[in-house]
Design a protein around this ligand. Structure first.
Ligand code: ADP
Length: 452
C-alpha cells in the first residue's frame, strides 16, 4: 500500500512538473514571438525611413536604436563590411558576409537568425533587410531576459522538487506512524487490553466500528461462559461440602454403633437420633438443590390466579409450631391475589417466613403484609449487616454460620434465598431486602401484575 501510494505521489509530481515545463515553453515562445514581431515592425518602419536619408549612418543607427532599447542597429554593406553600429565601433568589427541573416537578406526579403553574440556576450535575435542596392540594415535584440527567465524557472523547479521531496518524506513518515498507531489500537482491542473502538482512517471507520462491536460482544459472551463455568464449579464444590459434613457425622455414629462403642441404650438412641437428623439435613440440601435446578430450567409450569392470602395462612399453620417454640407472634395482614405459579408462590413465602422465624428475635414478631401487588415479610430479629446484603441471594451464601447457629440452633444450606430469587424471576417478580443489624429485616416481593 505504501509503495502504491508512493507511486501515485511521484506520478502527480511528474505531471505537475510536465505541466509547469510546458507552461514555461509556451510563455517563452510567446515572448520570442512578441519580440520578433516588434523587431519586424521596427525594421519595416526604419527601412522606409533610412531610404530617405543619405547622411550620417552612425547617427542614424543611434537614432533607430534609441527607439526601442536595448535594440542594436547595424548598417552592413552587401559585401559584408560593417559601416555603422549603435553598440560597437564599426571599424573594429569583422566582415559580416557570413552571418546567416545577412546572407538571407542578400537573397531578398527579411533574413533572421538566433545565436550567441561574442560582442554582446548574450543570445541575440537578428533580422536584416536590404534597404538599397549596396546597403543592409540589421536589427538585433538580446534575449537575456528569456535566458534569465529560463534559468529562474529551472531553479524554481529544482527548489519545488526539493520541497515536494521533503514534504513527501515527512507525510509518509506521518502516514507510517498513523498506520502503526492504528495497528496497535486494533491489536489492543483484539487482545482485550482496550475496550474502546480504535480511531482509524475515515473510510475504514464504519467497518472498524462493526469489528469493535463484534469483539466486545464476543468478549462479553466469553466472560458470561466463564462466569457460568465458575458458578457451576462453585456450586458443585459447595454442594459437596454441604453433603460431606452430615455424611461424615452419619459415618462416625454408624461406626460407633457398629463397633459397640455406644454401650447403653441411651447412647445408642442418641447415635440413631443424630444419624436421622443428619440424614434429614442431607435430604433438605438435596431437596433445595433439586428445587433450584428446577427453578432454573426453562420449562415453566402454567401460571394461574393465586390467592396469596390463603397460601400465606396455610404456611403460617405449618410453621406455627416453630414460631411458638421461639415465642414469635406470626401475623398475616392484607389481601392479595396474583397471576403466578402457585407452587412457586408457596415456596417463596415458605422460605421467607421460615427465615423470619429462624432469624427473628425470641418472643418477637413476624409480620406478613399482603397487598398492592407485593408480599412483605418483616421480622424484628438479628438483621443483616450492609456488606452482606448484596450477596444474600447468592447460592450457598451464609452471613455467618456461627451467628445463624447461635440464633436458631443450626443454620441452613444457604440456598433458600437463591431459590426465592430464581422463582421470583420466573414469575416476573422482583425481590428486595432492607435490614439493620440488631433491628430486623424486611423482604419485599413485588409482582408486575395483579389479578382483578
Ligand atoms: P439459609 O437456608 O442458610 O437460611 P438463606 O439463603 O435462606 O440460607 O439465607 C442466606 C443468609 O441470609 C443466611 O445465612 C442468613 O444469615 C441471612 N438471612 C436470611 N433471612 C434472614 C432474616 N430474616 N434475618 C436475618 N438474616 C437472614
Amino acid at each position: 500500500m505504501k509503495k502504491s501510494l508512493q507511486r501515485i505521489y511521484w506520478l502527480s509530481i511528474m505531471i505537475t512538473l510536465m505541466i509547469t515545463f510546458a507552461t514555461v515553453i509556451v510563455l517563452t515562445c510567446l515572448k520570442i514571438d512578441d519580440m520578433q514581431s516588434n523587431l519586424h515592425d521596427t525594421l519595416e518602419v526604419t527601412t522606409a525611413w533610412t531610404l530617405d536619408s543619405s547622411s550620417d549612418l552612425q547617427s542614424l543607427a543611434n537614432d533607430i536604436a534609441s527607439l526601442s532599447s536595448p535594440m542594436r542597429v547595424t548598417f552592413v554593406m552587401t559585401n559584408g563590411l560593417v559601416l555603422a553600429d549603435s553598440h560597437e565601433d564599426s571599424r573594429t568589427m569583422f566582415n559580416h558576409s557570413d552571418r546567416a541573416e545577412i546572407r538571407e537578406a542578400l537573397l531578398g526579403g527579411v533574413g533572421s537568425s538566433l545565436r550567441f553574440s561574442d560582442t554582446e556576450s548574450a543570445f541575440m535575435y537578428y533580422e536584416a533587410a536590404k534597404i538599397s542596392d549596396n546597403l543592409i540594415l540589421r536589427l538585433s535584440y538580446p534575449i537575456n531576459e528569456i535566458t534569465q527567465l529560463l534559468v529562474l524557472y529551472a531553479v524554481g523547479i529544482a527548489a519545488l522538487l526539493m520541497l515536494l521531496y521533503r514534504m513527501q518524506k515527512r507525510s509518509f513518515k506521518r502516514f507510517s506512524a498513523e498506520v502503526n498507531r492504528q495497528m496497535n489500537a486494533i491489536r489492543d482491542l483484539l487482545e482485550g487490553d482496550n475496550d474502546e473502538t480504535p480511531q482509524v482512517f475515515e473510510e475504514l471507520q464504519p467497518a472498524m466500528n462493526g469489528i469493535a462491536y463484534l469483539v466486545r460482544r464476543l468478549k462479553n459472551d466469553l466472560e458470561e461462559v466463564k462466569r457460568t463455568l465458575n458458578v457451576r464449579s462453585d456450586f458443585v464444590a459447595n454442594a459437596s461440602h454441604e453433603l460431606r459434613s452430615p455424611l461424615t457425622s452419619v459415618m462416625g455414629f454408624a461406626e460407633m454403633l457398629d463397633e459397640g462403642l455406644a454401650e447403653t441404650t441411651e447412647e445408642q438412641r442418641l447415635c440413631v437420633k443424630t444419624i436421622r437428623s443428619e440424614c434429614r439435613r442431607m435430604l433438605d440440601v438435596i431437596e433445595d438443590i433439586l428445587l433450584l435446578s428446577k427453578a432454573e430450567k426453562q420449562n415453566v409450569p402454567q401460571a394461574s390466579d393465586v390467592n396469596v392470602t390463603a397460601v400465606a395462612k396455610e404456611i403460617g399453620q405449618s410453621l406455627s409450631a416453630r414460631a411458638q417454640e421461639r415465642g414469635i407472634a406470626l401475623c398475616i395482614e392484607g389481601d392479595l391475589k396474583i397471576h403466578a405459579i402457585e407452587k412457586d408462590v408457596w415456596e417463596i413465602l415458605y422460605n421467607l417466613i421460615d427465615n423470619a422465624i429462624h432469624y427473628g428475635r425470641e418472643n418477637g414478631s413476624v409480620r406478613v403484609m399482603l397487598g398492592k401487588n407485593a408480599i412483605v415479610v418483616e421480622d424484628d430479629g438479628i438483621g443483616i449487616a450492609p456488606e452482606h446484603l448484596p450477596h444474600i441471594f447468592e447460592k450457598f451464601y451464609r452471613v455467618d454460620e456461627a451467628r445463624d447457629a447461635r440464633t436458631a440452633g443450626s443454620g441452613g444450606s444457604g440456598l433458600g434465598l437463591a431459590i426465592v430469587r430464581s422463582l421470583a424471576e420466573r414469575n416476573d417478580a422482583q425481590i428486595s431486602v432492607e435490614s439493620r443489624i440488631g433491628e430486623g429485616s424486611r423482604f419485599t416481593l413485588r409482582f408486575s401484575q395483579e389479578t382483578d
